[in-house]
Design a protein around this ligand. Structure first.
Ligand code: G6P
Length: 647
């Protein structure tokens, strides 16, 4: 059962420790389905608030969208269509959109193809109730059969329509209130959900509930907001109540917020303050969120290290480590679990922790880890890395690790997210909302936190020399200026991108700390340009991939100074000898690789272990410009979603 949780929202960025150090028993058993939900009840026109909220939630899915509004005279109208939120806006032109209460949804299809009928909200059979749903009702088949036997028919192939009809059925047969019907219906449901329900004739009340899918209620003055993500409604309020698993929120404009459990006990209303600026959610003059987020990196690194490195002494402090010093000092092994870009950052974390802390590290895809009966011991530390803090596989890996008794540390961006709340301790990366689906500033923030983590733990364990500790922490302090410097390559990278826009394949090579950077560079290109790209450790080329090399196969080679520089230079020669085109990322002034490469991108050089942060910038830009020249939807690439809450 849900326990309330302690959380520090770190609104004072100048406080010395801005990490999390909590443990609670709340974590999702199973997360399914992405989708974004939003709701409003108050005095204002609901529709514009809902549409704006949907735009901000589009990262959660963008294959169909819809709204349900209750007019002041009690009429319940549902408008929905296939496509993005902008398509819904066109569809709404000229419609009757009056009302100060409504719910809205943006979908990433799981049950049923993306079409108008499967879009949310779903009406109940009588059209007296409308529901939006993020999640999967696992026993929907049984429930549907029972409803069909009672005369219900269905317009869509979704599990969500089953739920709205179940609520209607309970209400009709027992004559109870809507909140009670929702409660009784949900007691019959197996699965994951965040739902919101409105009904004809009641323009004061939304009933919402959650099990394993994120949901937050924003509390205003005589008005309430509901969302899958607090950031989408941050311009209206700073006061939020996180709805817990197995809880039902009764959101009534004329009454204080009420939350009951599925067992019908009152739950505590715990209002949290969250401060984010609207400008963090807007494009701020950039053509795409991704470009804005790439350019934000000097500032996001400042936010990430603020209060954690003492500029006078170079001392690194993470409260999430200090509070659990003995666990870190005595750890026998660290296992990073993550997906996607966060997994690439974790591979860099492996190098950092092994070399600075001398603790053996494993890096696991969360999706593999959770299903292969891994050996987890009580003196292991599992580090869950997730930008969103909602990724289903990573959350499940956290749950598994906790059950096995390991200490679980989170590295998350989204404050108050499920993974942040489910871990024993952790550190936020504090890079602000990342809206572009392709992760950029979160990656550099994650690596920055991992470097600080390694230094903090390494010092406690006595495995790092004073000189190296000071060198790396000083480099971290100067990282924002270094990021400003490296961003100056943008015009040159944009020119290069023009040359390579029509390539069908790319290879990315790197070694050591920059092997994961190569993987991440390739992933960026794949995600947003749809060009096939592979990352390899440079020396592995000759064990197979070199067969692919010809004039049509460009290679991006990372050849910045490190102890394998000469070897990478030789790998570049091998490719050159086979007619391959080379784009090399090199240190400023490097003449050796410049001579063999067809094109070079020069970057400033800092401590070797931090070079992935610097090198990733031109790779982000290369992917970005190629995608732009190919006319791709950079911020919302096909088939992807920002927050993957499906297995
Ligand atoms: C999705 C996103 C990726 C992200 C991955 C892990 O696939 O499109 O950009 O790296 O999920 O997300 P997380 O929020 O756990 O870091």
């Amino acid at each position: 059962m849900f326990k309330s949780f302690e959380w520090s929202y770190h609104t004072d960025r100048h406080q010395y420790y801005n990490d999390f150090s909590t443990r609670n028993d709340l974590y999702a058993k199973k997360q399914n389905n992405m989708c974004g939900i939003v709701g409003y009840v108050g005095r204002r026109d609901a529709c514009p608030i809902l549409i704006k909220g949907l735009h901000r939630l589009e990262y959660r899915g963008y294959d169909s969208a819809g709204v349900a509004l209750v007019n002041p005279d009690g009429r319940l109208n549902v408008f929905k269509c296939k496509g993005k939120v902008s398509d819904l806006e066109h569809f709404l032109d000229g419609k009757d959109l009056g009302g100060n209460i409504g719910i809205a949804h943006t979908r990433w299809a799981t049950h049923g193809v993306p079409n108008d009928a499967n879009a949310h909200p779903h009406y109940s059979e009588s059209e007296n109730i409308a529901l939006i749903h993020n999640g999967i009702i696992e026993n929907y088949r049984v429930l549907k059969d029972a409803l069909e036997q009672n005369g219900y028919t269905f317009r869509s192939s979704t599990d969500s329509e089953v739920l709205v009809n179940l609520i209607e059925y309970v209400r009709a047969t027992s004559g109870c209130s809507l909140p009670e019907a929702v409660r009784q219906a949900l007691r019959q449901v197996i699965g994951a959900y965040a739902i919101a329900v409105v009904e004809k004739g009641n323009h004061d009340r939304i009933v919402a509930a959650r099990q394993s899918s994120p949901m937050v209620v924003g509390v205003g003055d005589g008005e309430f907001f509901l969302s899958s993500d607090a950031a989408s409604i941050i311009e209206y309020t700073e006061d939020f109540v996180y709805v817990g698993d197995g809880e039902i929120a009764v959101i009534d404009r004329n009454a204080p917020l009420k939350i009951v459990t599925l067992d019908n006990h009152d739950a505590k209303i715990d209002i949290k303050k969250l401060q984010l600026s609207i400008s963090q959610l807007e494009k701020g003059g950039y053509p795409h969120f991704m470009l804005k987020e790439i350019y934000e990196q000097p500032r996001t690194i400042v936010d990430c290290i603020r209060g954690r490195i003492n500029p006078d002494t170079c001392e690194v402090k993470l409260s999430g480590v200090i509070d659990h010093r003995d666990r870190f000092v005595n750890a026998r092994r660290i296992i990073f679990v993550a997906c996607g870009t966060s997994w690439h950052a974790s591979l860099i974390g492996e190098h950092l922790v092994e070399s600075i802390c001398r603790i053996p590290v494993e890096v696991e895809y969360a999706s593999e880890f959770r299903y292969r009966n891994p050996i987890i011991r009580e003196d292991d530390i599992v580090v869950a890395v997730s930008q969103s803090g909602e990724t289903a596989d990573t959350l499940a890996a956290v749950e598994l690790a906790r059950k096995a008794g390991a200490f679980v540390f989170g590295i998350c961006n989204v404050v108050g997210s499920s993974i942040a709340r489910a871990t024993d301790s952790g550190a936020y990366i504090h890079v602000g909302p990342e809206i572009g689906v392709a992760s950029t500033k979160a990656f550099t923030g994650q690596v920055t936190v991992m470097a600080m983590l390694a230094l903090a733990v390494g010092r406690e364990r006595g495995t790092v020399t004073e000189a190296y500790y000071n060198e790396v922490s000083a480099a971290l302090l100067h990282l924002p200026e270094t990021m400003e410097e490296v961003l100056k390559v943008a015009p040159q990278v944009a020119d290069l991108a023009k040359i390579f826009t029509y390539a069908h394949n790319f290879i990315y090579l790197g070694r050591g700390y920059n092997y994961p950077t190569a993987l991440e560079g390739a992933l960026k290109l794949k995600e947003i340009s749809y060009i096939h790209a592979e990352g390899y450790p440079a020396a592995e080329m000759k064990h197979g991939p070199i067969a692919l090399i010809d004039a049509e196969m460009p290679t991006v080679a990372i050849a910045t100074p490190d102890h394998t520089y000469e070897k990478t230079a030789s790998n570049i020669e091998e490719i050159k000898a086979r007619g391959g085109k080379i784009i090399a990322v090199i240190a400023r002034g490097d003449e050796q690789v410049r001579r063999s490469a067809d094109f070079v991108i020069e970057v400033p050089v800092i401590a070797e272990c931090l070079m992935p942060i610097v090198v990733s910038v031109p790779l982000q830009l290369l992917a970005y410009y190629i995608a732009v020249y190919k006319g791709r939807n950079v911020d919302q690439p096909r088939n992807l979603a920002k927050s993957v809450t499906v297995e």
